[in-house]
Ligand binder design. Structure first.
Ligand code: URA
Length: 241
């Protein structure tokens, strides 16, 4: 059971201002808790239960945010980087106040599904190697992918560093000199998909993540666009992780 929290801290964490600014707002009598004006800024509340109104507008409390980003090429999946634009540069201030971070990494030149959240517990569960969460990628490769390759991926591929990958599933969408496939892996080693294809002598030309666990990229999101997850998407992600 979560403890009560200081009112000024709750409001400032939600982006209503600095702790100092919020204290002033409270002193000015602009905040009501359960219908009563409070002027004591050290008051503690249960943010899930108590009703807070600021300047006559109800404060809708939430602790966590969950954003689905369709990551474009050219941005890095970290929270700050001295030289590159990061995925956080694509996110509006109204969400940045919650301090979201990317759940796992996609390479700079990889596109597609990236979950951003400030829910450390869920992020940990999704990234934990023990959980073996499925990640599916749409891949275009310079090479002739044929039916027999499916077994190679299923058996596990020994990477350049000797690591043998867990069974992965290959779905062939187009077989030709330039092939298109979907590959589902259950782990997330550095550059894993590119390295797996390299071992079989093929170069990945385009890579896009289309799902992670129960979460599927919303194809209506253009590159660089994002949206909040629906309640159902959050529920499913938590259930299965
Ligand atoms: N595998 C890769 O090689 N790159 C990614 O960005 C993700 C998976």
């Amino acid at each position: 059971m979560k403890k009560k929290e200081r009112l000024d801290k709750v409001l400032s964490n939600m982006g209503y201002g600095s702790r100092k600014g919020i204290k002033q707002i409270i002193r000015e009598g602009r905040v009501l808790v359960n219908g009563k004006i409070v002027t004591n800024n050290s008051i503690k509340i249960d943010p899930h239960k108590d009703e807070v109104v600021l300047d006559n507008i109800k404060v809708h409390y939430r602790e966590h945010i969950y954003l689905m980003l369709n990551k474009p090429k050219g941005v890095v999946s970290s929270t700050d980087d001295p030289t590159n634009r990061t995925v956080l540069d694509l996110i509006d201030k109204e969400y940045l106040i919650f301090k979201p971070f990317p759940v796992g990494r996609l390479d700079k030149d990889t596109e597609g599904l990236l979950l951003l959240t400030n829910d450390g517990k869920l992020a940990h569960e999704l990234l934990s190697p023990k959980k073996e969460v499925d990640k599916t990628y749409y891949v275009e490769v310079d090479g002739f992918i044929e039916e027999h390759h499916k077994n190679l991926f299923l058996d596990g591929i020994s990477l350049d560093d000797g690591y043998r990958t867990l069974p992965s599933h290959l779905k062939i969408l187009r077989s030709g000199a330039f092939s298109k496939v979907e590959l589902t892996i259950r782990e997330g080693k550095f550059h894993q998909v590119k390295r797996m294809f390299k071992v079989i002598g093929m170069e990945v030309k385009y890579l896009k993540r289309i799902s992670m666990g129960s979460l599927r990229l919303d194809e209506s999101l253009g590159l660089g666009q994002y949206r909040e997850l629906t309640e159902r998407e959050i529920e499913l992600l938590k259930e299965k992780s």
